[in-house]
Design a protein around this ligand. Structure first.
Ligand code: PEP
Ligand code: MN
Length: 449
């Protein structure tokens, strides 16, 4: 397979330019922007179309209830933290969660990072005020710097080129980890056994013992463990920065279809999913599997219209709805959508993002979430799908493999005061390594049927 140019008249990949694109930076230097765009257009793709197609086939299985999706990673990746230790910890956490979920679901788990491109953020305000000083908001490392100085907050289009380079290196490392024995089922299970040594997690011992017995059973039967040593790993990010996404879009010479080669999976955020907006228009033109975030105000008509725009041909695996309703709303809002989807015969996969509807400010002033709210939304997601007869297909999580203290609760209770110990996120609070594993054990219990 080869990939040709990034211009194709018949696809009209630039039709989005005449529409409103929300949440875009105001680049200060048009010439520098042109240079960044042409560098991105001329460079090698980060993923190839066949990889995106393979993910689409996997997501079709998720939509049919034959596989479960686990997508996780930072709210916002950072250039400074794209090192081997941190990336390794994230992948290890996802693999550990996946083993537990695979066992619970008795189904393959499709593993995907919010990774290798998650560098641009929508913000609720264009500016940020600290101690009476007002500066442009931080919009992700691919746009401007996090440091609160006038200079660092100026958008620089060359940051997209740096983001491309770091994304390519991140995916390369993720592949090396998941193809190189790091993903060996027996090794991942040993890591989980280490986690369970902590008495706080005693209640999950039974599940771990069952996995242990299953592995020993396979070994006794002479199962070829070489097949269980590697795993497919996909990446996705929010397709927010249209200059970046457009510049990395290429025409696949096999089919003449356009693919956004910045990632296997792209999603449209809650704040940029307007039917007449630039994001929906652009992503309707690329053949990758596409996610759409659906918040609590989504109506069935909006949902159906989005499906029609992004997936008019109803291609299995093309469309994933990622609902983020909030624990207090999901049981009331989601059934309305899933009932309509069922009635209309939609083929979308459904995932829950139990993070973005559950953000609060702690008494100590931190943007945080409660582990109990996150779990409650996941429980509500399963309850609703099961009562309507649709399929609870997967999890979309903000998590890290490190021992940060950003989310309240979990069995190893992080309280209001505890948040200060290691609060490192650039934007939203993430589950830490242990909270992520605990969540996987709890979800695995729900998946057992
Ligand atoms: C996100 O995923 O980080 C995000 C901004 O989510 P949403 O679009 O659902 O608010
Ligand atoms: Mn976020």
């Amino acid at each position: 397979m080869t990939i040709e140019s990034n211009v194709n008249q018949s696809n009209d990949l630039d039709s989005f330019r005449s529409l409103t694109a929300l949440q875009q930076p105001t680049w200060p230097d048009a010439e520098r922007l042109d240079r960044a765009r042409s560098i991105l257009s001329e460079n090698a793709p980060i993923v190839v179309p066949a990889g995106a197609d393979q993910l689409r086939d996997n997501l079709a299985r998720v939509a049919r209830g034959e596989a479960f999706l686990l997508q996780g990673g930072d709210c916002a990746e950072s250039f400074a933290e794209a090192d081997s230790a941190r990336i390794g910890n994230k992948i290890r956490t996802i693999l550990q969660m996946a083993v537990v979920l695979t066992h619970g679901a008795s189904m393959p788990v499709v593993k995907m990072g919010r990774m290798a491109g998650q560098f641009a953020k929508p913000r609720s305000s264009d500016t940020e005020i600290r101690d009476g000083v007002e500066l442009p908001a931080y919009r992700g490392d691919m746009v401007n710097g996090f440091e609160f100085t006038a200079e660092s907050r100026i958008p620089d289009p060359m940051r997209m080129v740096e983001g491309y380079r770091i994304s390519a290196a991140t995916l390369n490392l993720a592949r090396a980890f998941t193809q190189g024995g790091f993903a060996d089922l027996r090794r991942v299970h040993e890591w989980n056994a280490g986690f369970l040594k902590n008495p706080a997690y005693k209640r999950y011992e039974r599940t771990a013992k069952e996995i242990d017995r299953a592995i020993r059973f396979m070994a006794a039967c002479g199962v070829d463990f070489s097949a269980l040593r590697t795993t497919d790993f996909f990446v996705g990010h929010e397709a927010l920065l249209l200059d970046y996404e457009r510049s990395l879009t290429r025409i696949d010479s096999r089919t003449g279809n356009a693919y956004d080669t910045s990632a296997h999976f792209l999603w449209i955020g809650e704040r940029t999913r307007q039917l007449d907006g630039a994001h929906v228009e652009f992503l309707s033109k690329v053949a990758n599997p596409i996610g759409i975030k659906l918040g609590p105000t989504t109506t069935p008509d909006q949902m159906m219209a989005l499906a029609e725009r992004i997936d008019p041909d109803r291609v299995p695996g093309r469309l994933t709805f990622i609902t983020r309703m909030g624990a207090s709303r999901i049981r009331e809002v989601l059934p309305v959508l899933t009932t309509a989807a069922k009635r209309e015969g939609l083929v979308a996969a459904w995932a829950t993002d139990p993070m973005h509807g559950n953000t609060i400010t702690s008494a100590t002033g931190y943007k945080t979430r409660r582990f109990s709210d996150v779990m409650d939304e996941v429980v509500g997601f399963f309850e609703v799908h099961r009562s309507v007869g649709t399929i609870p297909g997967g999890l979309h999580m903000e998590l890290t493999g490190d021992d940060v203290t950003e989310v309240l609760g979990g069995s190893e209770e992080i309280d209001d005061e505890g948040l200060a110990a290691r609060y490192e996120t650039l934007v939203d609070p993430r589950l830490n390594h242990q909270q992520s594993l605990e969540l996987a054990f709890l979800v695995a219990e729900m998946l057992v049927t």
